[in-house]
Ligand binder design. Sequence first.
Ligand SMILES: [Zn+2]
Length: 150
Amino acid sequence: MALPIAIMESIYREMVRYGLSLLPEEACGVLSGFRTAEGIWTADRFDPVANLSPEPRTSFAMDPAGLIPVLHAAAKQGREVVGFVHSHPSSAPIPSDPDLSTSWHTVPSHWILSLQTPSVPTAGVYRYFRDSSGRMRYEPLSFHILPDSL
Ligand SMILES: [Zn+2]
């Protein structure tokens, strides 16, 4: 029962640009948007949030002072938080153990942007959940990049 997720092409590019601009450190931020009548989460906005991790090349910790206003603004405007994003400067777009243990798993999706080959960025999108034994797990979600002209 994987949820369908979509992102506007310009937002995808913006997210990639931001990730590249922070290399060799991990970048993070929030995707927000809406849910279509068919139930498809659609991201049409990306807000970068500063990475406060003491080891920003291998981990991320979203600055609450940046994150909270983004969440408040989204709620005030009736927008949905579609997902949290972070980049992997030198590894595959797969959640690490710390990613799973420190993330808020209540958001619909977690996006990982792999920039290990900066000219060919790749993204992985996941749903995090707790299994019956209480362990954090993830399952991949498929996503679509929508042309902005739609
Ligand atoms: Zn990670």
